[in-house]
Design a protein around this ligand. Structure first.
Ligand code: DOR
Ligand code: ZN
Length: 344
């Protein structure tokens, strides 16, 4: 097998940033994916349908000629999101979901939700209108160890949330633990998860053994190998509850390589090839299309794509760095390493 043709994939979790960054991020993503969920953690965050539509226009202005890219927008949930905004999402053809960052959990999450119980009236509307709630699933209490924050979120936040709102559509974003994978497996069809390429290809040893590698630092943080193995198993199982979401999160090299480096891996330039690498390691390339091109669209209630892409078995080396901001390049995930498959 030397080529694989897939229905064009979608990225259900991407950070494109704004302004100058879009010159890099939009073409990198749009050369592979037809749609992407564009995360709203800008400064200031994208809080209303109106702001999301304006952001979408700024993204579209950077789509290269001849490429058909359809940014799917998401609002940033705050303590002050009005319940009426949910109906506006439902009526909008540009916005598909709302993202909840626990305040303080990650990059630009300061305006996130301080206590989920405070926003239950809005969540009630999400359940009623079947608007997906996208969750950064980590607790933020300073006394909880960073490696335990996802597991604690399942127990302390998700279990009570689903008890109160059993029909709520939830995407548990970028899951990193066997606990989260098993949790999703135990729920109904209304609960799904995205999985990133870094959490399939790497574990915390890659980040920490033999010297600290800041380009592997993302949130939720890479976990131990047993968790990586479970993520690989569920991603390649053909179960439609698990689908592609890169969490590609660009930060310039100078912001990653410093005493207090930012969280995020920039996987966009070779995202589909990175996933192909992981699926091939599992001997499950036949399961890539469902994960990358079917299950996310089905969960969001959107039509599957109609065009295709082809991957060829031809090694490519990921560039050591790429132009990003003025005089401040970016280091992509897998920089300098070789991928077995490349996009035709
Ligand atoms: O590593 C991450 N980077 N995790 C997140 O949750 C946010 C993201 C970012 O926006 O940089
Ligand atoms: Zn993210």
């Amino acid at each position: 097998m030397d080529t694989i043709t897939l229905l064009q994939p979608d990225d259900w979790h991407a950070h494109l940033r704004d302004g100058e960054a879009l010159r890099r991020t939009v073409p990198d993503l749009a050369k592979q994916f037809h749609r992407a969920i564009c995360m709203p953690n800008l400064v200031p965050p994208v809080k209303t349908v109106e702001e999301a539509i304006a952001y979408r226009q700024r993204i579209l202005a950077h789509v290269p000629n001849g490429i058909d890219f359809d940014p799917r927008m998401v609002l940033y949930f705050t303590d002050h999101t009005p319940a009426e905004e949910v109906v506006k999402i439902k009526q909008s053809d540009a916005v598909n979901a709302i993202k909840l960052y626990p305040a303080g959990a990650t990059t630009n999450s300061e305006n996130g939700v301080s206590d989920i119980r405070k926003v239950y009236p809005v969540i009630e509307q999400l359940e009623e209108h079947q608007v997906p709630l996208l969750l950064h699933g980590e607790v933020t209490h300073s006394h909880v160890d960073i490696f335990d924050r996802e597991k604690r979120y399942l127990d302390e936040v998700l279990v009570p949330l689903l008890r109160q709102f059993p029909q709520l559509k939830i995407v548990l974003e970028h899951i990193t633990t066997a606990d989260a994978a098993n949790f999703v497996l135990e729920q109904g069809r209304n609960v799904a998860a995205t999985i990133t390429p870094q959490h399939l290809l790497f574990n915390r040893n890659h980040m920490l053994v033999g010297g600290i590698k800041p380009h592997f630092y993302c949130l939720p943080i890479l976990k131990r190998q047993t968790h990586q193995t479970t993520l690989l198993e569920v991603a390649t199982s053909g179960n439609p509850k698990f689908f592609l979401g890169t969490d590609s999160a660009p930060h310039a090299q100078s912001k990653k390589e410093q005493a207090c480096g930012c969280a995020g891996c920039y996987s966009a330039p070779n995202a589909i090839e990175l996933y192909a690498q992981a699926f091939e390691q599992m001997g499950k390339l036949d399961k890539l299309e469902g994960f990358a091109s079917h299950f996310g669209a089905d969960f969001y209630g959107l039509a599957r794509n109609t065009k295709t892409i082809t991957l060829v078995r031809q090694s490519i080396q990921v560039p050591a760095q790429l132009d990003y901001l003025d005089n401040d390049p970016i280091i992509p995930l897998y920089a300098g390493q070789t991928l077995n498959w490349s996009l035709q």
